[in-house]
Design a protein around this ligand. Structure first.
Ligand code: XLS
Ligand code: NI
Ligand code: NI
Length: 440
């Protein structure tokens, strides 16, 4: 196969002082930190849909992207060329994983059987490339939101036939994810939500969503798929109200339907901020519920109210995201998937490389800052001291269930006014600044 990204070689680590935009300043894949390489800590992945499918179109104009595959018109030839592009891109950037929707890797045909045949053709091409490459599949998923048949939702459609179609699609997507050694399978709720309650049976739709996920759990068991199931919360877009609103909503939903043992979360930065949370908040909710799974690494724009899917370059966010990741024990099956697209004005082919480099450097640096914050115990020590009253005396009694309202009234009558201490927010923010500026 011929080279796709001509003129761009393997991206090297050149250190923080380099002025080469096609080099890493902070991401040194083989550097060992806490007994593991940075490549293994961060587990970066390329998102097929943005990097090989998106063309920079917006509601006001068509795509602007210039790509090496632009001259190819036959849809299957194009799909196969993108397989080559994916492996070359990941290898040049030392990105160990990629992620896809079924419809990203193979275009839909006129019926399901033909569509599945197309998928098989592309899957076998991917397998061939995998045999001589270290690049692996982080996760697969289904696109059950673009085709008009899913205009009212897939597993939450009012039409049982649409539910059935989506089930058939997930069955196949799960099979190919397994065939390609995918480590996770993602459920992002596409159009699973509603526009207006005037036409919606919310209870039935939620029950059906749970039924659908239950069927996925059974089928995975049946075929022996041991990848991690992940749910990706998002509060809105495309529907006005998405059922998987945020991490906390998904945790509650899974528990309500007894599905919590089978799923973890894929937390996306821009989805958390759309839900009016910080990225760190949703990661923390996942962590404290034992559901920290994987991350869709991107960032939004605080002035725009939609999923702008920008490449993550904000060091505060990457640092605090890595802080939560380390506290969660690091990635096991999950990783950092760049669910991010270059801006419409960044239309050149080399912009895709620069964008991934920018994101990888931001997370590599964030990881190191977070690792140092944790090693030095600066924040954890403060937090531990702040909650010290829960480890002895009345606090311990409350935790052990030894005190109720009666005892607490008696205690307070004896104890008088509580002694309250400063939360020291500004001091802690200054420490965070210091670590971000000074850790290399
Ligand atoms: C859309 C989602 C989507 C999922 C995969 O907002 O982020 O890209 O990650 O279906
Ligand atoms: Ni996503
Ligand atoms: Ni998104």
């Amino acid at each position: 196969m011929s080279e796709m990204f001509k003129g761009i070689g393997k991206i090297a680590y050149e250190g923080p002082k380099t002025d080469n935009p096609l080099a890493f300043r902070y991401y040194n894949p083989n550097e060992m930190v806490n007994g593991k390489s940075m490549k293994d800590h961060l587990r970066f992945a390329v998102a097929y849909w943005h990097t090989f499918q998106a063309r920079g179109s917006d509601p006001f104009g068509p795509g602007t992207a210039v790509r090496p595959w632009d001259a190819i018109t036959d849809p299957m030839e194009l799909a196969l060329a993108k397989v080559d592009a994916n492996f070359e891109f990941c290898e040049k950037l030392e990105i160990p994983f990629f992620c896809f929707h079924d419809r990203d890797i193979a275009p839909e045909a006129t019926n399901l059987a033909e569509t599945n045949k197309r998928l098989d053709t592309v899957v076998s091409a991917i397998k061939t490339r995998m045999a001589s490459s270290e690049v692996k599949l982080l996760w697969g998923t289904t696109n059950a939101f673009s085709n008009p048949r899913f205009m009212h939702g897939a597993s939450t459609s009012p039409h049982a036939d649409a539910f059935a179609y989506a089930a058939a699609q997930v069955k196949k997507a799960m099979e190919i994810t397994m065939e390609l050694g995918g480590q996770n399978y993602v459920f992002w709720g596409g159009r699973e939500g509603y526009e207006t309650l005037l036409n919606t049976d919310m209870k039935l739709e939620l029950d059906n969503l749970a039924r659908f996920l239950g069927m996925a759990v059974s089928y995975a068991k049946e075929i022996g798929f041991d990848g991690q199931f992940l749910i990706e919360p998002k509060p809105k877009e495309p529907t006005k109200h998405q059922y998987d609103f945020d991490a906390a909503t998904v945790v509650g939903f899974l528990k309500t339907y007894g599905l919590d043992k089978h799923f973890k979360l894929n937390v996306e930065a821009n989805h958390a901020t759309l839900a009016q949370h910080t990225f760190q908040h949703d990661l923390a909710v996942a962590r404290i519920n034992g559901m920290f799974g994987s991350v869709d690494a991107n960032q939004g724009d605080s002035m725009l109210g939609w999923d702008t899917d920008q490449f993550p370059t904000n060091l505060y966010d990457t640092t605090l995201a890595m802080y939560e990741t380390i506290l969660a024990g690091g990635f096991t099956k999950g990783g950092l998937n760049f669910d991010a697209k270059v801006r419409r004005g960044s239309f050149q082919m080399d912009d895709m490389f620069m964008a991934h480099i920018a994101g990888m450097d931001a997370f590599a640096r964030g990881y190191k800052v977070a690792a140092k914050l944790i090693a030095d115990k600066v924040l954890t020590k403060f937090v531990d001291e702040r909650y010290a009253s829960w480890h002895s005396g009345i606090g311990a009694d409350i935790r052990l269930g030894k005190a109720g309202f009666r005892e607490l009234e008696a205690y307070t009558l004896r104890n008088g006014e509580p002694v309250i201490r400063s939360g020291r927010q500004e001091m802690l923010e200054a420490i965070l600044n210091q670590y971000i500026t000074e850790t290399v």
